[in-house]
Design a protein. Structure first.
Length: 241
């Protein structure tokens, strides 16, 4: 079991939803936090509640801002990339700017952050990386242009890092949640199975962070269903579609 107490985590995507709830849980467990997202006001109101938290507002699409923020952090034990943008979109209603923005925030933003953090962790021979993906990253789903592909890319990135960083002292973990009741899912008009509160989801992420297991998908049995669909032949999945 990894103890988060006394360790410094850079939590990116901390201002709302899952990230905000996770910041509270990590702080309750004695972690020091660096809180990032775009909305500085929301971050400051959160940090005022927490025992030891510093605000570094930034936009992950801004490479210079990410570099500056990373360079300003002295001691760092772990990073949590929880940033996410989602707009439901069908291929028949393609909006290029929206799709590109989702890809930039969900995936390229992670590359920007990891590009600063991973070499540093490898040099220091330790570090803890948590990437928040999505069950939507396992299989192309309807009306998820931009979102699904960017989460699939994040899953692939984590899997590659898991191979490459073995034996470096750097721990990589991938956490793939199902539906959480946040401003992102307010955009969905369909019924969302096993919808979780941000607090429940944050508790599950914290539990995953304390383990060394690479991949955590939740909530079961919804996550099992998604993984099973991934194993089905195309003939069955696309039958009649
Ligand atoms: N909700 C779900 O059902 C669900 C399911 C599976 C996975 N997830 C994943 O869980 C994570 C958290 O999502 P959530 O549901 O909690 O959504 P949320 O409430 O909208 O939170 C997203 C966070 O990302 C930050 N963010 C967005 N764009 C950013 C940018 N360009 N630069 C820096 N920060 C940015 C937001 O802060 P600012 O707006 O202040 O920048 C916010 O703190 C995401 O990775 C999401 O894809 C969510």
């Amino acid at each position: 079991m990894t103890d988060v107490s006394g360790k410094t985590y850079w939590l990116i995507g901390a201002s709302e939803g899952l990230g905000r709830a996770l910041a509270r849980r990590l702080s309750d467990e004695g972690a020091h936090l660096i809180l990032s997202a775009r909305n500085a006001e929301r971050l400051h109101s959160l940090s005022a509640e927490l025992a030891d938290a510093r605000v570094v507002a930034l936009d992950v699409t801004d490479t210079a801002a990410v570099r500056r923020a990373a360079a300003d952090i002295d001691e760092l034990h772990g990073v949590i990339y929880n940033v996410g943008a989602y707009e439901p979109m069908r291929a028949t209603e393609w909006d290029s700017d929206t799709a590109l923005t989702m890809a930039d925030i969900n995936f390229t933003g992670a590359l920007r952050v990891l590009g600063e953090v991973v070499p540093r962790f490898v040099r220091q021979g330790r570090g803890d990386i948590t990437l928040v993906g999505s069950l939507a990253g396992y299989r192309g789903l309807p009306a998820a242009i931009g979102y699904g592909a960017s989460k699939a890319a994040l899953v692939s990135l984590a899997e590659t890092m898991r191979f490459d960083l073995k034996d470096t002292g750097v721990v990589v973990r991938l956490v793939n949640p199902g539906f959480i009741k946040t401003r992102l899912t307010q955009k969905n008009s369909f019924r969302m199975p096993m919808l979780m509160t941000p607090e429940d989801a944050a508790q599950r992420v914290l539990r995953a962070m304390k383990r060394r297991r690479f991949r955590t998908d939740f909530p079961a049995p919804f996550s099992w269903l998604i993984r099973c669909v991934d194993l089905l032949p195309d003939l069955l999945v696309y039958r009649g579609k």
